[in-house]
Design a protein around this ligand. Structure first.
Ligand code: SF4
Length: 314
């Protein structure tokens, strides 16, 4: 089996009590079946506490958050009591994995760090230089990727090359990527249109709504980024979204209009615009990811929007 990951992946360390947006607050933390059985059998005071902290419904088991949305095992110092008592091996799958994501392809597993974690966000935006992908092969891969899958892996390599074209600024690079893989050279509609669209989607943090409203009230503009010598972090953002999503292109109905590429481009523009407004690109990226990327409903809504646009106008 092959295993592919970005070159910054191994540097990730959770900053735990120093994290300003702890992932144990405000998220529903589901408990997988194997871990649930282990927790239900666990002896001693921690076993007792775990059983009091779990909520089981028809949809499955999760930790019952308190009134402030905090995981019941997160202590006042921002550390996990379960890890302190039993070690990391006691965590459920979601807590062990976060903020890592996995994409399973035919002959490999692709892994990466999710942008919604502020420690991961620093690594993803990095120093503005082109990130590399590392592939390990244990020599036991059974099958090569199928035709469509290999086509999209090749297309993704081409997209990385487009995004890092040295003679072009990020705006022109995104335009080329859109043109080649979605069918038009610009993300359609204006900043005001998109901020209104985002306001209609599900959200978590009130500050996200405030930021979208501010963007909405600004002079409306087409989705563009002015040329700058310092756009490496935006290129790294585009690379992140393409690495994570573009391979799903072939799974969608209209693969000649890869809406995942349009979603990647829109994400870079929105993060850029909100970062420009607040002066903090890292926080704009982290919050965009938490609000949009980590909601399956929101991602699907955006992909559907681009699917329908392509169907009607391209
Ligand atoms: S969001 Fe990231 S850095 Fe913060 S507590 Fe979670 S894993 Fe750690």
């Amino acid at each position: 089996m092959k295993r592919t990951y970005p070159d910054y992946y191994q540097q990730f360390r959770c900053i735990a009590d120093r994290c300003g947006h702890n992932c144990c607050v405000g998220w529903e933390i589901d408990i997988d079946g194997g871990t649930l059985r282990r927790y239900l059998r666990m002896k001693g005071p921690m076993g007792e506490r775990l059983r009091q902290s779990i909520e089981i419904t028809a949809d499955g088991a999760s930790f019952a958050a308190d009134a402030e949305g905090r995981c019941p095992l997160l202590n006042a110092n921002g550390l996990c009591d379960l890890i302190a008592d039993q070690g990391e091996k006691a965590l459920c799958q979601i807590c062990r994995d976060h903020p890592r994501f996995r994409n399973r392809l035919r002959d490999r597993e692709e892994i990466g760090l999710g942008l919604c974690c502020e420690a991961a966000c620093r690594l993803i935006l990095g120093n503005g230089e082109k990130p590399g992908l590392i592939t390990e092969d244990d020599g036991r891969s059974k099958a090569a990727p199928g035709g469509a899958e290999q086509r999209w892996l090749d297309a993704r390599d081409h997209l990385f090359d487009l995004i890092w074209t040295p003679s072009l600024d990020i705006d022109s690079c995104l335009s080329l990527a859109m043109s080649r893989y979605y069918g038009i050279s610009r993300v359609p509609y204006t900043s005001r249109y998109w901020s209104r669209f985002f306001l209609s989607m599900e959200h978590m943090e009130p500050s996200w709504i405030e930021r979208l409203k501010k963007l909405h009230d600004r002079k409306s503009q087409y989705m563009t980024i002015p040329p700058s010598d310092d756009d490496g972090q935006l290129r790294r953002l585009a690379t992140y979204f393409i690495y994570r999503y573009a391979v799903h292109g072939w799974k969608r109905r209209r693969s000649q209009h890869n809406s995942c590429v349009a979603f990647a481009a829109l994400s870079v523009y929105m993060i850029y615009l909100i970062g420009k407004e607040t002066g903090d690109l890292y926080e704009a990226a982290r919050q965009y990811s938490a609000e949009i990327e980590y909601s399956d409903i929101n991602v699907e809504k955006l992909l559907d929007k681009f699917d329908r646009y392509a169907e009607e106008y391209i």
